[in-house]
Design a protein around this ligand. Structure first.
Ligand SMILES: Cc1cc2nc3c(=O)[nH]c(=O)nc-3n(C[C@H](O)[C@H](O)[C@H](O)COP(=O)(O)OP(=O)(O)OC[C@H]3O[C@@H](n4cnc5c(N)ncnc54)[C@H](O)[C@@H]3O)c2cc1C
Length: 399
């Protein structure tokens, strides 16, 4: 049976995220964006409200909730500003759910519990100055040294790099395999900001998500205890792809919220602004833009909800998540462009939020698999060139 009714718990989490974002963040987001200021009190409040612990089981310090609740929260957060949703994408989607699925009990107690409680924040660091879409081009190395691994390398374009306490770092542990571009030579490590040799910096001058933090992580002879290897040696690539399945889901649901914000802002303005003796909403070409936003919103929502349902029922959904992410991000780019267009010259100024939506949407068309990478994936699935094989660990069904 297909049931589109949200449960009481899902509605409650949706309302919690909406109230927080609209009442507490919306009034200050324009200023934070203008000043490119990452407001750390947002993390504290999101922790207090249990938003940072969403979908992390209560036995690991989280606030629980199923994966649809997580998606609903992402929609509500990105309705106000993309930077809020990015926090959930990296802290919950890319890091905590990966730790929950691939971590040992000791790793979960040490790292996931404080992340679930929101006492520590976490992110995911795969990208490097010379490696984005082409993951096996990463250069970071990890060498065994007694009870430790020694990590050297640099990560770039990492959300919350200059803020988070814990990082998932991907590095080559087999140099011979690296020469052959064999991804089974990559491993994943839990690295703490506090480890000696870790330095981070913020990237300035970004197009959008200016109220968010994006930065780099440099590692120079960082001693990582051997018990901080996540999964088995050589499983790093699989873990990264698993993490992206969860991160992309939050990006898809978040971008859906951005389409919704563009739609609401455009409908309001189209019913107020008059040209040629009538409100602009009465002009057919403005209706076309509004119609596209309304249609895209519904489709984007259906796509991420389907992925959420598959996750809730324990089914692998790399294909469905990729499709939801690709569609929603493209739709948000089109919707925000059309929202600016609907506002005319006023849309071109920061008097209204639509210019911020227009700048914010672009990141998600690039990160967590660019539009082009997702197009290739979708084509490969239908052409029969790609098939998802079972992984050693799979995302737990929510409690
Ligand atoms: C705001 C922001 C936040 C980010 N946060 C994180 C994070 O938290 N953690 C993290 O690890 N990374 C993060 N990233 C990095 C992001 O994941 C990469 O930017 C992304 O994977 C693309 O890599 P690239 O920028 O190196 O582009 P490239 O891989 O160099 O690609 C450049 C262009 O070529 C296209 N292209 C590449 N290969 C192909 C191909 N085979 N066929 C067709 N077209 C192709 C791409 O689609 C793109 O248009 C973030 C990026 C941004 C902008």
């Amino acid at each position: 049976m297909v049931d589109f009714t949200l449960t009481e718990e899902q509605l409650m989490i949706q309302k919690l995220a909406r109230d927080y974002a609209q009442k507490e963040v919306a009034p200050k987001i324009k200023e934070n964006d203008q000043k490119a200021f990452f407001d750390k009190t947002i993390l504290t409040k999101m922790a207090e409200l249990g938003i940072l612990g969403l979908s992390i089981p209560t036995k690991y310090g989280g606030s629980g909730g199923d994966y649809i609740s997580l998606g609903l929260a992402c929609e509500e957060l990105e309705y106000v500003d993309t930077s809020l949703r990015v926090i959930l994408s990296v802290h919950v989607g890319l890091n905590s759910l990966t730790l929950l699925t691939w971590g040992t009990e000791a790793q979960k107690q040490k790292y996931l519990v404080p992340q679930g409680k929101g006492e520590k924040s976490a992110t995911f660091a795969l990208t490097e100055p010379n490696a984005g879409s082409d993951v096996v081009a990463i250069e970071t190395k990890a060498k065994k040294d007694g009870d430790h691994w020694i990590l050297n390398g640099e990560k770039m374009w990492i959300s919350l790099a200059d803020v988070a306490d814990h990082f998932l770092i991907f590095a080559w542990t087999d140099q011979e395999k690296r020469k052959k571009r064999d991804h089974s030579g990559i491993s994943c490590f839990i690295v703490e900001r506090a480890f000696l040799g870790v330095t981070t910096a913020t990237i300035h001058g970004k197009l959008g998500i200016r109220a968010g933090n994006t930065g780099s992580i440099a590692m120079s002879d960082v001693k990582v205890p051997k018990e901080n290897l996540l999964g088995q040696e050589g499983e790093g690539f699989k873990i990264a792809m698993f993490a992206l399945d969860q991160g992309r889901y939050t990006v898809a649901s978040g971008a859906t919220g951005l389409v919704h914000a563009c739609l609401d802002a455009s409908v309001k303005y189209a019913n107020e602004r008059k040209t040629f003796g009538d409100v602009i909403g009465k002009h057919q070409l403005v209706k076309e833009m509004i119609s596209d936003m309304a249609t895209s919103y519904e489709i984007a929502r259906m796509l991420w909800l389907k992925a959420g349902w598959l996750k809730n029922t324990g089914q692998r959904c790399t294909k469905e998540t990729s499709l939801a992410k690709m569609f929603a991000c493209d739709a948000s780019e089109r919707a925000s462009g059309n929202a600016v267009q609907t506002y005319g010259a006023y849309g071109y100024s920061d008097e209204y939020p639509v210019e911020r939506f227009y700048r914010n949407c672009k990141g998600a068309v690039i990160y967590e698999g660019s539009r082009e990478i997702h197009k290739l994936m979708q084509a490969d699935y239908v052409l029969g060139y790609r098939e998802d094989k079972p992984t050693r660990c799979s995302l737990p069904i929510p409690e």
